[in-house]
Design a protein. Structure first.
Lengths: 111, 115
């Protein structure tokens, strides 16, 4: 059974720092991996999608990498801002079209 | 914006009553999902659909049923609500692009409280 783990569970950093959020999964037979952001009381917003054949994806200050063989993905946030404060979730899609989520990293960026 | 609307957004009901949550999409995507989100458990798949009248169970399907009679609507029904079904329910759709990307987009959620 696929299990997805995110470390750390919570992170508090000053504005301007570069951050790395980690996601690990137990079964490397994935179709893709997706990173989401969730603000309190809101739905999930898709940030980046990495296909199983890809190594990384970039969008603005965000960069996500994927190492399927080791079962790991990282989300790199450059020059963090208070507006980046949210919960970040990763999810892997297996070949049965189901998305399995981690429990998230709650990020707070303070001025 | 993937054109997903959930209704109702908030509902309070009593134990034993039936409840139906609706997910509506405007773009005719084939795959639709229902998740619940609870503190300490994250998001867990309840049921999903891969086409009209084609549905399958997720990891926490007990106590829930679904129906999809047309592409744009995916209904989640709690036949007899229990307090353990108090949760935030999210609908999602899978957008398949030219390379079958399978990116998931979520609705805003439906907060259900069962007293």
């Amino acid at each position: 059974k696929q299990e997805v783990t995110q470390i750390p569970a919570a992170l508090s950093v000053p504005e301007g720092e570069n951050l790395v959020l980690n996601c690990s999964f137990t079964d490397s037979a994935i179709y893709n991996l997706q990173w989401f952001r969730q603000d309190p009381g809101k739905g999930l917003t898709s940030l980046l999608l990495i296909q199983s054949s890809q190594r990384e994806q970039t969008s603005g200050r965000l960069n996500a990498s994927l190492d399927k063989s080791s079962g790991r993905s990282t989300l790199y946030i450059a020059a963090s801002q208070p507006g980046d404060s949210a919960t970040y979730l990763c999810a892997v899609r297996d070949n049965t079209d189901k998305l399995i989520f981690g429990t998230g990293t709650r990020l707070q960026v303070f001025p | 914006d993937a054109g997903i609307t959930q209704s109702p957004r908030h509902k309070v009901t009593e134990t034993g009553t039936p409840v139906t949550l609706r997910c509506h999409q405007t773009e005719n995507h084939r795959y639709m999902y229902w998740y619940r989100q609870d503190p300490g458990h994250g998001l867990r798949l309840i049921h999903y659909s891969y086409g009209v009248k084609d549905t399958d169970k997720g990891e926490v399907s007990d106590g829930y049923s679904v129906s999809r009679s047309k592409t744009e609507d995916f209904l989640l029904t709690l036949e007899s609500a229990t307090s353990s079904q108090t949760s935030v329910y999210f609908c999602a759709i899978s957008v398949l692009g030219g390379r079958d990307t399978g990116e998931l987009f979520f609705g805003e959620g439906s907060r259900l409280t069962v007293l």
